[in-house]
Design a protein around this ligand. Structure first.
Ligand code: QV4
Ligand code: CA
Length: 519
C-alpha cells in the first residue's frame, strides 16, 4: 500500500524539482526493529543463522561484509581490512561465491530477514597494492597504472587530476575538496563525477538488488560528494518484487564519521538516506564508563537533545567493526564485547530507547595485544584455516558460538533486548526516573520498562512502570520459558508500580520487563 501510494506521488512530482527519494526505511518486517552486523561471516553461515536464529528471535536483517572481489594482502596476512580494497565487482570473496551469495539472500529473505550490503564504492585498492592476480576472484589488476580490467576501470576513472594535495592522499580534513577528491589512506579514489564510473557502480548495486538485497551501507560516504552519491542512487532499481512491494526503494545508510569539529557534517547526506551517528556510541561509552563526570541521569534527554542527527536519519550502534579495534572514530570510550558487563548495559539501553534505527555488532575474537596503548594486532582477520579459508560458525550446546566467533547477538541479554525493542515498537519514551546519579529507569508506554543500577551502591526503589498488573520475567537475568521465569520476577501492582532491587554485585545490574514476558 505505502509503496504503491509512494510511487504514485513520485510520478506526479515534476522531475524538474529533482524529486529526491532519499530512502530512510529499512523495510524490515513489522515488529522487526534491528539489524545485526555479522562481520566477516561466510554466506553459508549467514543463511543458516537467518533460518535457525535470526528469524525466530525477531531480527530484521543482516549487514554483511563487502561481497565484491578484494585484493589479497600478504603483509600482514589477510587482514580484515583487505575487504575494503576492491579489485572488481565480481561476487567472490572469502565469504563465498555468487552461488552462495544468491542462496544466502534467497533463504534469508524467505524467512523475513533482509540483507544490507556494505558497498565499498568510493575507491579501489591501495596505491601500493602492486600488480597481478592476488585477488579473491583471481582477477588481474595493476594498482600502479590504475588498471582494473575486470570492471573495467582505467586511469581515466580516478580523481588524480582533481586532487590538489601534495601527496595525493587526504592530508587535511578541513579541506572539503581533499576529503572527497584525494585518496583515503592511499586508496585509489574513483572519479564518481564521471557518468561512466557512476554507471559501473550502479550496475554493481543493481546486480545485488536483482538478487534480492534490501539496502546498502555506503562505505566512506564522507569521501564522496553528496551529489555524486545521489547521482548513483538515482540509477538504482526498486527492490525485487519477489520479496518487496512494487516501487520499494533500497534502504540507504551512509558511513559519515561526524563527531563535530570538521566542515563536513552528516546532515549534508540526509537527502540520500540515513547516516551513521558516531556520536551515539562515543557518548554512551563515556556515560556508562562514568568518565569525564558523565552520569546516566544525564541520559534523560538522550537523542537529539545530545546534538545527534534527527532520529529518523540515524543508524545507531554501540560499537562497529572499526572502532571496536581502534580504527575510525570513538577512541577508548567505545564499549565492546571485551568490556562485556558494561557492554550489555549499553546495548540494553540502546535497544530500549526509541532513538534511531539500531544495529547490533557481532564480532570475532582476535589476539588483542597492546604496546604503548595501541593494539598491534588490530589488523588480524577472521578465524581462518591455514589455506586462508574462513572458519565456519559452529554452535555450542549452550547456543553460544565456537571457532572464535563472539556472537554477541546470541548473548541472552542482547537477544532478549532485540525482542524487547520489537515488543515496544511505536510506544513513547515514558516514566523516566533517576536518582541524580547512575540509577535510572524508563518505560515505553504500557509495553515495556527497564531500570539500571550503575552506581557503586545497592538500589531498592518502588517505581511507576506504566505496565498492566501482573508477574513479569526479567529478560536480562533470564527469560520466560514454558510460562516460567528462569531469572528474576517483577510484580507489578494494579497501580502500575513495582519494587526493583539491584545490588552492585549482580551479574548484570539492570532489569527489563515487557508484556510478552508476562506470566
Ligand atoms: C597505509 C598508510 C597510508 C599510506 C599507505 C600506502 O596509512 O598513509 O599512504 O599505507 O603506503 C589499510 C591499512 C592502512 C594502509 C591502507 C592502504 O590499515 O595502513 O595505508 O590499507 O594500503 C579499513 C581500515 C583501514 C584500511 C582500509 C583499506 O580501517 O585501516 O587501510 O580498510 O584496507 C576514516 C573514514 C572512514 C573509514 C575510517 C577507517 O572517514 O570512512 O577512516 N571507515 C571506512 C570503513 C573502514 C575502511 C574504510 C572506510 C576504507 O569502515 O573499515 O578502512 O574502505 O574515518
Ligand atoms: Ca572520494
Amino acid at each position: 500500500m505505502f509503496s504503491r501510494m509512494f510511487s504514485e506521488v513520485q510520478s506526479v512530482v515534476p522531475s524538474s524539482m529533482g524529486f529526491c527519494w532519499g530512502q530512510y526505511n529499512p523495510h524490515t518486517l513489522s515488529k522487526r526493529t534491528s539489524i545485526v552486523h555479522l562481520f566477516e561471516w561466510r554466506w553459508a553461515d549467514i543463511a543458516l543463522e537467518c533460518e535457525r536464529y535470526l528469524a525466530p528471535n525477531g531480527f530484521g536483517g543482516v549487514q554483511i561484509s563487502p561481497p565484491n572481489e578484494n585484493v589479497i594482502v600478504t603483509d600482514p596476512k589477510q587482514p580484515w581490512w583487505e575487504r575494503y580494497q576492491p579489485v572488481s565487482y565480481k561476487l567472490c570473496t572469502r565469504s563465498g561465491n555468487e552461488t552462495e551469495f544468491r542462496d544466502m539472500v534467497t533463504r534469508c529473505n524467505n524467512v523475513g530477514v533482509y540483507i544490507y550490503v556494505d558497498a565499498v564504492i568510493n575507491h579501489m585498492c591501495g596505491a601500493n597494492a602492486g600488480a597481478g592476480d592476488h585477488a579473491t576472484c583471481g582477477s588481474y589488476f595493476n594498482a600502479k597504472t590504475e588498471d582494473f580490467p575486470a570492471v573495467p576501470y582505467s586511469g581515466w576513472d580516478f580523481n588524480d587530476g582533481k586532487c590538489k594535495s601534495r601527496s595525493g592522499d587526504i592530508e587535511n580534513y578541513h579541506d572539503i575538496s581533499q576529503v572527497r577528491d584525494c585518496r583515503l589512506v592511499s586508496l585509489l579514489d574513483l572519479a564518481l563525477g564521471k557518468d561512466y564510473v557512476r554507471s559501473k557502480v550502479a550496475e554493481y548495486m543493481n546486480h545485488l538488488i536483482d538478487i534480492g538485497v534490501a539496502g546498502f551501507r555506503i562505505d566512506a560516504a564522507k569521501h564522496m560528494w553528496p551529489g555524486d552519491v545521489k547521482a548513483i542512487l538515482d540509477k538504482l532499481k526498486d527492490l525485487n518484487t519477489a520479496w518487496f512491494p512494487e516501487g520499494t526503494k533500497p534502504f540507504i545508510y551512509q558511513e559519515v564519521i561526524d563527531l563535530g569539529g570538521e566542515p563536513i557534517t552528516g546532515s549534508e547526506y540526509f537527502g540520500n538516506g540515513r547516516v551513521t551517528e558516531f556520536k551515539y556510541g562515543a557518548k554512551l561509552g563515556t556515560v556508562i564508563r562514568k568518565w569525564n563526570g558523565e552520569k546516566m541521569a544525564y541520559l534523560k534527554n538522550w537523542g537529539e537533545g545530545w546534538g545527534f542527527v534527527p532520529s529518523d536519519r540515524a543508524l545507531v550502534f554501540v560499537d562497529n567493526h572499526d572502532n571496536q579495534r581502534g580504527h575510525g572514530a570513538g577512541g577508548s570510550a567505545i564499549l565492546t564485547f571485551w568490556d562485556a558487563r558494561l557492554y550489555k548495559m549499553a546495548v540494553g539501553f540502546m535497544l530500549a530507547h526509541p532513538y534511531g534505527f539500531t544495529r547490533v555488532m557481532s564480532s570475532f575474537h582476535w589476539p588483542r595485544y597492546f604496546v604503548d596503548g595501541k593494539d598491534i594486532n588490530d589488523w588480524v582477520g577472521p578465524p581462518s584455516n591455514s589455506d586462508g579459508s574462513i572458519k565456519p560458525v559452529t554452535i555450542n550446546e549452550d547456543t553460544t558460538c565456537g571457532n572464535d566467533w563472539v556472537c554477541e547477538h546470541r548473548w541472552r541479554q542482547i537477544k532478549n533486548m532485540v525482542i524487547f525493542r520489537n515488543v515496544v515498537d511505536g510506544e513513547p519514551f515514558s516514566n523516566w526516573w533517576d536518582n541524580g546519579s547512575n540509577q535510572v529507569a524508563f518505560g515505553r508506554g504500557n509495553k515495556g520498562f527497564i531500570i539500571f543500577n550503575n552506581d557503586d551502591w545497592n538500589m531498592s526503589v518502588y517505581l511507576q512502570t506504566g505496565l498492566p498488573a501482573g508477574t513479569y520475567c526479567d529478560v536480562i537475568s533470564g527469560q520466560k520459558e514454558d510460562n516460567k521465569c528462569t531469572g528474576k520476577q517483577v510484580y507489578v501492582s494494579s497501580d502500575g508500580k513495582a519494587n526493583f532491587q539491584i545490588n552492585t554485585d549482580a551479574e548484570d545490574p539492570f532489569i527489563a520487563i515487557h508484556v510478552d514476558a508476562k506470566l
